[in-house]
Design a protein around this ligand. Structure first.
Ligand code: RIB
Length: 314
């Protein structure tokens, strides 16, 4: 694969609690189990893209406790030369409740993910060449500067506005080539009357507002809407038994970017990514649930689908 993915992104230590039902205000519940997993939207997406076969550079910050995060990226073949250890902040972490239906409720603490500086932005910029993609999520600091850093490099920019936290009101998306949002995230970017409309209308509104930007609006078990330059398209989800939905969106994004880097067309890339996202739901944890390329190919094959660049056809 001649082009590469540069992910200026987060990495987190996930504390995952299985609960009978999400805890509510004033309540204390005993968890059914507790596990610690590598996670963070950035790390999960880097890992997914690497498992899909892309050359990936993960740029960001971890704390002195971040060695396991660095190790999991490295073992997947991701370059971590641009992952800096900051001495005075812990790594980002997430507290994740997973209920019996496999749904989740997540609280994140930014930690070292909020120490991104000019050093990381310059590092990411130096790596970018024409044909590459820069990938960003909303778990780091100074997104307005990050959204501009690829200008003039010939690289494309993919932005996963996750999670929304109010900062997005100040973002200029004019330099974004591909926006990936879920239903909640998409509503944070559109005016009130548009927000009340259906997902297809919201995706089209965003694509019209930023004519150089394609929009993928993910809808969980309902699939996705893609608003592209020429046409809009809906794609259903692969039906699976949900164990833990955490990182399904990250698996989707990593596989999508890897396929685009490999020259796969958007429609096929979305199919491949959907299969990866579906499989991530069937396993516990975040990074640990990202499927292998072989597993994704098998799901496509058993569903009667073929995608150029998928393991069964490449
Ligand atoms: O998208 C899932 C991720 O969100 C988890 O790994 C957690 O770290 C949070 O960032």
């Amino acid at each position: 694969m001649p082009f590469k993915l540069v992910n200026l992104g987060s990495a987190c230590i996930d504390q995952v609690y299985r609960v009978p039902a999400f805890v509510t205000g004033g309540e204390t519940v005993a968890s059914l189990s507790h596990d610690t997993f590598p996670g963070g939207k950035g790390l999960n997406q880097s890992l997914a893209a690497a498992r899909a076969g892309a050359a990936v550079h993960h740029v960001g910050c971890v704390g002195p406790d971040g060695e396991p995060l660095r190790a999991v990226l490295r073992s997947a073949g991701v370059s971590v030369d641009g992952l800096r250890t900051v001495p005075d902040r812990p790594s980002g972490h997430a507290m994740i409740q997973v209920n019996e239906q496999g749904g989740n409720a997540i609280v994140i603490a930014g930690g070292a993910n909020r120490c991104i500086s000019d050093r990381e932005r310059s590092c990411a910029r130096r790596l970018l060449a024409p044909g590459d993609w820069l990938l960003l999520q909303n778990e780091i600091n100074d997104l307005p500067a990050a959204l501009e850093l690829a200008a003039g490099t010939g690289a494309k920019v993919a932005f996963n506005l996750a999670p929304v936290d109010g900062r997005e009101a100040d973002y200029d998306l004019a330099g974004v080539d591909l926006l990936i949002v879920n239903e909640i995230e998409s509503r944070a970017l559109v005016p009130g009357p548009v927000a009340a409309s259906d997902d297809g209308t919201v995706a089209r509104w965003l694509a019209d507002a930023y004519p150089d930007m394609e929009v993928v609006l993910t809808r969980g078990a309902l699939g996705l809407v893609h608003a592209g330059p020429d046409e809009d398209r809906m794609l259903g989800a692969f039906p699976v038994q949900a164990v833990d939905e955490t990182a399904a969106g990250d698996a989707f994004i990593g596989y999508l970017l890897a396929a685009l880097l490999d020259g796969v067309g958007m429609n096929e890339a979305l199919l491949l990514a959907s299969a990866a996202g579906a499989l991530a739901v069937t396993a516990p944890g975040a990074a640990s649930s990202i499927p292998t390329r072989k597993a994704v190919g098998m799901l496509l094959e058993t569903s009667g689908q073929t995608v150029r660049g998928s393991p069964v056809s490449s």
